[in-house]
Ligand binder design. Structure first.
Ligand code: PGA
Length: 251
């Protein structure tokens, strides 16, 4: 019922030339994979080149961040209407943005509203730190992040969003959460919180990804979990083996 979605978060990797070359290298093989939505999220300055490369394919393009204001004196930032000519998606509240760039739940909430107002699909990131995980705080913390992110939204708007559950301790560490662990938190905590706040029907519609050292070898395990609808992939989205990852997500 929910179409799986695999998004590659390229983070701060690849120049425009390298990004377009990589997109061209893998786009046809990805375009042939049915039953899954595929998104490239390249660095902001490379977005036009990547969007041009994937034009005419099923591959969507997403930004890695966006400001919530429409325009103004926000040095270094990008507004939604600068993204919409090229992008259908935008990653919001990634843990690296929260940790290194001071993003708050309130800011993420405003960004989600702005993205939706411009027809962009937000990929909203949540996830606990290792300390919180070890202290048994995962459920309360992640549930709180979900509640804050979607405050003031309608159920219809929430259903349009994608959520990525990314335990911070699993990002870029090679220490992925087990499929059972991730499936349980995504089902009970993330989808459960959406159900409590917006109803079971909305919770059944919203797509929730796992993120954190997902790769072509472990993706099939995650996809077997009924509540996991895909992955937000960092390191493993930078190589041609990303095609294999997407293939393994749908078998
Ligand atoms: P990773 O990154 O796959 O390299 O762990 C995931 C992410 O940060 O979205």
């Amino acid at each position: 019922m929910r179409t799986p979605i695999i998004a590659g978060n390229w983070k701060m990797n690849k120049t425009a030339a390298a990004a377009a070359e990589f997109a061209n290298e893998i786009k046809e093989a990805l375009n042939d994979i049915a039953g899954v939505d595929i998104v490239f999220c390249p660095p902001a300055l490379t977005i036009p080149a990547v969007a041009a490369a994937v034009a005419g394919t099923k591959i969507g393009v997403g930004a890695q961040n966006m400001h919530y204001e429409e325009s103004g004196a926000y040095t270094g930032e990008l507004a939604a209407n600068m993204l919409t000519p090229f992008c259908q998606y935008v990653i919001l509240g990634h843990s690296e943005r929260r940790e290194y760039f001071g993003e708050t739940d309130e800011g993420v909430n405003k960004k989600i509203k702005t993205a939706l107002a411009h027809g962009l699909t937000p990929i909203v990131c949540v996830g606990e730190s290792l300390t919180q995980n070890e202290a048994g705080e995962t459920h309360s913390f992640v549930s709180g992040q979900v509640t804050a992110a979607f405050a003031g939204l309608t159920a219809a708007d929430v259903a349009l969003c994608v959520i990525a559950y990314e335990p911070i301790w699993a990002i870029g560490t090679g220490k992925s959460a087990s499929a059972e662990q991730a499936g349980a938190i995504i089902g009970q905590t993330v989808r459960g919180t959406i159900a409590n706040l917006f109803g079971a029907a909305t919770a059944a519609l919203v797509r929730i990804q796992y993120g954190g050292s997902a790769n072509e070898k472990n993706i099939a395990d995650y996809m077997q979990q009924p509540d996991i609808d895909g992955a937000l992939v960092g390191g493993a989205s930078l190589k041609a083996t990303f095609v294999q990852l997407v293939q393994n997500a749908v078998v």
